[in-house]
Design a protein around this ligand. Structure first.
Ligand SMILES: *[C@@H]1O[C@H](CO)[C@@H](O)[C@H](O)[C@H]1NC(C)=O
Length: 509
């Protein structure tokens, strides 16, 4: 506590009376962002996309393995079921990992949890990589489950770490960088999975085991990064360590204003000690942000994005493309996704979350409608298959603009430190659950109403757009406290939060 009254050390440039230097990307910040996203987020994306391309060769392994054990070839329906399990176990693991992410994040810290999570990834890589050698598709399905747990923990912790280490002005950029690494992981897995690279009968186990590469990378780099200062300050109550970490991230000793902000959040927190998911649901003023967080996750998944990512090759072939061309088109769509996410990173802190999410959902609504119409009339007008492809590409562009990245990090922005981890756990669970539902239901929709299978998404997108328009406040450039104040009853809004900060500042000075 002695640290509170200690005068701030002179900043490196100028004196302390001049306004603080605008926070910028320091080397340490970039290193930490890269360690966390190109490790964990990449890992998540890689395993999301990895079973798309080698589906055929893996299915024939299932068939042969079954034949060796049972003495007869596998039935079509059983094969379909086993494959659906292979895809979906990932999401089941993701739900479990996502729910427990908050617990690990509080116990070991954000960085600590990410580092430890690599143990799970190594186990998964073992199961996946040796499944062929062991002639066991059960091992493969188990591996998908375990790697799903790893991905679930990553999707919970990464947004926490990023939003806690980034200066306010760069929070959106950092959050978008998360999504960019996810999409980058999807592209690399689809590229390596092509049938002339690793998507072959012999090499597919290697393709799955390559999930070890981000593990090694992250262990090498994240080890040298600091823990989140907000975690140290607000969860561990270790002000010394928090200041040290903040100085490391900002590469300047003048961190007083950020320390002040965290201190006043700490004061706010005193009367609400521990926050479980139950407390979160019971607390009235947190209900609105919680509902917003959940609906935004739904808007990401029920926009139909994974229907496009998992089954785009099918969509393209049914629109009249040859199989091999369709695979390249899928890859192209993923590349568009990465590049557009990159573009949106630069707009996130300028145009704001609300505008980009609305633009994204609106665009996706228009292009799923166009996709549906052109699929219906494609048999009569051949040129419409090009409109289909174009619609999918535009759909992805609008996804990348907002709904791809915003739901992940908006949760961390809408809550203060106390309820933040519980809120992230709920949001991540909702995300994975809807991921699972879409992944499982879409093929059924596809076979039941084929050309109209995107109609439910058109309707849902319209609903999500309306919800966002009415409910989502802008969070760009606001402190965590200012955002929390938006959800207080109107009568309290004007006086309380500002006073809190001011009186706290007065005490400190
Ligand atoms: C399994 O493999 C056999 C032999 O190659 C083939 O005739 C059969 O159609 C395959 N079964 C399925 C469900 O793909």
């Amino acid at each position: 506590m002695a640290d509170v009254t200690e005068p701030e050390k002179e900043p490196l440039l100028g004196d302390s009376k001049t306004p603080q230097v605008k926070p910028k990307f320091t080397k340490h910040l970039i290193l930490s962002i890269a360690a966390c996203t190109l490790g964990s987020s990449f890992q998540f994306g890689y395993n999301t996309g990895v079973v798309n391309s080698p589906e055929k060769v893996m299915k024939s392994f299932y068939n042969e393995s079954y034949h060796r054990k049972e003495g007869k070839y596998i039935e079509d329906s059983l094969l379909t079921l086993l494959w659906a399990l292979t895809v979906a176990m990932y999401a089941v693991g993701g739900m479990i990992g996502g729910v427990s992410a908050g617990y690990w994040g509080n116990k070991y810290g954000r960085r600590g949890a990410l580092l430890r999570n690599n143990v799970i990834a190594v186990m998964a890589a073992g199961l996946l990589g040796f499944s062929k050698m062991a002639d066991s598709y059960e091992m493969l399905i188990a591996g998908r489950f375990v790697v799903g747990i790893n991905a679930g923990i990553n999707t919970g912790i990464v947004p926490l770490y990023l939003s806690e280490i980034a200066p306010i002005e760069l929070r959106g950029f950092c959050g978008t960088f998360n999504q960019m690494s996810i999409t980058f992981g999807v592209v690399i897995s689809q590229l390596l999975g092509l049938d002339f690279i690793l998507g072959t009968d012999e090499l597919w186990p290697l393709l799955l085991a390559l999930t070890l590469v981000p593990v090694i990378y992250q262990l090498c780099v994240l080890t040298f990064c600091c823990e989140s200062p907000r975690y140290l300050m607000l969860t561990k109550h270790d002000e010394q360590a928090a200041r040290k970490a903040l100085i490391w991230f900002r590469e300047t000793t003048d961190v007083s204003s950020e320390m002040d902000e965290m201190r006043s959040e700490a004061v706010e927190q005193i009367h609400r000690k521990k926050f479980s998911v139950g407390d979160l649901i019971k607390t009235k003023e947190l209900r609105t942000p919680l509902i917003i967080s959940m609906v935004l996750q739904l808007s990401q998944q029920f926009s139909g994005i994974n229907a496009v990512i998992y089954y785009s090759t099918d969509i393209f072939t049914s629109a009249g493309l040859a199989r091999s061309t369709a695979e390249y088109a899928t890859l192209g769509v993923s590349v568009v996704n990465v590049s557009m996410t990159f573009v949106s990173a630069f707009f996130m802190d300028r145009l704001g979350r609300r505008a980009l999410h609305l633009a994204g959902l609106g665009g996706m609504f228009v292009f799923t409608a166009i996709l549906t119409v052109s699929r219906v009339f494609q048999p009569f007008h051949h040129w419409l298959s090009f409109i289909c492809i174009l619609a999918v590409v535009c759909y992805i562009i609008f996804f990348a603009i907002g709904p791809g990245s915003i739901p992940w990090f908006i949760v961390a922005e809408l809550f203060t430190q106390g309820p933040r981890t519980a809120a992230v756990s709920v949001a991540v669970l909702v995300n994975w659950l809807s991921n699972f539902v879409v992944g499982f239901v879409f093929p059924i929709l596809q076979s039941a109403i084929s050309d109209y299978s995107f109609v439910p998404f058109v309707v849902l997108l319209a609903g999500f757009w309306l919800f966002t328009y009415i409910m989502l406040p802008e969070t760009k450039g606001k402190t965590v406290e200012e955002i929390a104040a938006l959800f207080l009853p109107k009568s309290l809004q004007e006086s309380l939060p500002v006073d809190g900060v001011e009186s706290e500042r007065a005490k400190i000075n």
